[in-house]
Write a protein that binds this ligand. Structure first.
Ligand SMILES: [Zn+2]
Length: 237
């Protein structure tokens, strides 16, 4: 008997945590509160995550990303994120072997839990992601994974997910960030920023449009002032 070693182990993940007995299946997503012993907390977790996914799906950007995930007919597991000391993560996504080809580790951060996460120094952060923005970022990674594109952009996978979350943020009237690396809120002329972003990330956007044609096309139709994909399509297709 060999030992099963998963291809990736996420930060804070307990490999042999028994799966929670309650779960909710919502489209391609299975929301399972692994590691939550308290039934009340577990149900609250499922309800919160479900509410966030539903809200996200009412937006154009969220709908496009979730439609792409749905179309691939691969189940996606969402389970609670345990914060670990050396990795500050809002959430993470990894491909897996087995029943769920993709897993998302995510716990919505509000109020006290959010302040704790930020080390009680919220003012030091130029951008604090809402749980809705966080899940859109993660779902962009999921869409890449279920379409067979996981990591094909290398380091730019993060920038791509950041761009999609930016489009969502602008759709719900929040400020986008300038880049994944800098994470600075952009205020002011978003149309001008959209153009600069498009030029700075041309190769990534072009690769994305080729690798995820349907999703890129759907996103290009979203009528937001920040839409570098539309700029690419207008100029190149
Ligand atoms: Zn990411």
């Amino acid at each position: 008997m060999g030992t099963f070693i998963p291809p990736f182990l996420g930060p804070g993940e307990h490999l042999f945590e028994p799966a929670a007995s309650i779960q909710a299946v919502f489209g391609p997503f299975t929301i399972r509160p692994d590691g939550m012993d308290d039934g009340h907390d577990a149900r609250a977790y499922v309800g919160q995550v479900m509410g966030i996914v539903r809200m996200v799906e009412t937006t154009r950007v969220g709908k496009a990303v979730i439609a792409e995930i749905r179309s691939r007919k691969k189940p996606v597991l969402i389970f609670p994120l345990e914060q670990v000391d050396d990795v500050m993560a809002y959430a993470w996504v990894y491909p897996r072997w087995g029943l769920f080809p993709v897993v998302v580790s995510f716990t919505p951060l509000f109020g006290r839990r959010l302040r704790q996460f930020l080390g009680d120094e919220e003012q030091k952060f130029d951008k604090v992601y809402t749980p809705h923005e966080t899940i859109v970022h993660e779902f962009a990674h999921v869409a890449r994974a279920v379409s067979g594109n996981f990591d094909r952009l290398g380091d730019d996978e993060e920038e791509l997910a950041t761009m999609v979350a930016n489009m969502f943020a602008v759709e719900i009237n929040r400020a986008p960030v300038n880049s994944y690396d800098e994470m600075k809120s952009v205020t002011g002329n978003l149309a001008a920023f959209s153009k600069t972003y498009y030029r700075d990330n041309f190769d990534m956007i072009e690769a994305f449009c080729k690798q995820n044609k349907t999703l890129a096309t759907e996103l290009s139709y979203v009528n937001t002032t920040f839409n570098p994909i539309r700029l690419y399509m207008d100029e190149n297709l």
